[in-house]
Design a protein. Sequence first.
Length: 397
Amino acid sequence: MSEIRLNVIDRQRMIYGSVSEGIADAIIAALSADPETIAELDAALDRFIKPADDPRPFSLFREGVCKESLGGGIIVVDMSAHIVAAESASWTLLAQGQMQYQDGSQSSDTWLLYRAPDDWLFLDSMAEYEARHEARETEYTLKPLDARAVLYGPPMIEFLVNGCVAALESKADEPLAGIHADWLMTARADLRGRRPREVILEKKNFIDFDLQFRAMQWSDLGEGPPPLGRETFAYRFGGFGTHEWVIYYDLLRHLLNSCWEQIETKELVEAAAERARLEAVMQAWLDRPCDDLGHRIPSAVIESERRRIPMTLTAKQMIIDEDCEVCLMMADESAGFGPGVWHLDGSHMDDGFAFSHYLTLSEYEEEERRRQEFNEEFDRKWAAGEFDREEPDRDLF
């Protein structure tokens, strides 16, 4: 198997060396951890390469860049520009796919799925890389946005309090869902001109896929993959998955209900005092077990998702019905099914685009059109007597 020349670049360093095709696969798959530095990429390799006493792949690399291709070709992984470029006659560059888990010095029989972040650019030409990397690097030079400081911070609390006060003064009827939607749909300077729901949903699909793939990996290998470190860029500034999106919805409704009850029972509300009270209410809610989460702690569920740790179920939790043979079989550790995985889906969230999982209005409207067509076709067939069994549950669509 031919060796491939590999150049790895971040904002501080450039290194180069040679790797096998299997290690090259693992390096591309490790982009699923959203690394921003060579050190973070190196740590993410442990997802796909079993740590061993042998030297780590980058340990023998040299400082600098080498544009000389080896027999297997050449690859550039440029984290400062979010570009991967490769030229190889035998090795294929894929932004999403599967690779053989590297168990020690050789590939195992286990294939692991991966998906690179959507904002990475994959090129099959070094000439095109040379032409585009400077503009892309400039695009990614902005200081990272700490969106959670806004979404969980004083700006959010102030917006909710002001909304409730204004709704009370205007004698609005059941205003809380509207205030919630306004917060999600209002572009903000502290979010660089973007709406909160845009920021929250931007990487939801990518993070959901990564968690699903890591859960499958846990089942295949019998052990959980290493989580993202709390010092990593992806943990500190990364996106939101479905779990945090749903929990954030529940948190805002809890805060709005608390604020509304407070101002309704008082003749005069001091805004600063109410903001301070609501911040304490938020922290208490995040840090105590929640019945709707199966007695899990909301902040712990968010933490697990940010670190890309699947939420596993105990054997007892997987037994929904003591008479269910499938449940009993899945709960039997000796059956070799691997751990069960717990998910949130947001099925209780309000209707409407603001609270939907769709990033764009056009995506939401297309899904609503499909749903309406399905219901109309169902009603037509039902009226024509084409169903001879109990009416199906339309919510399954």
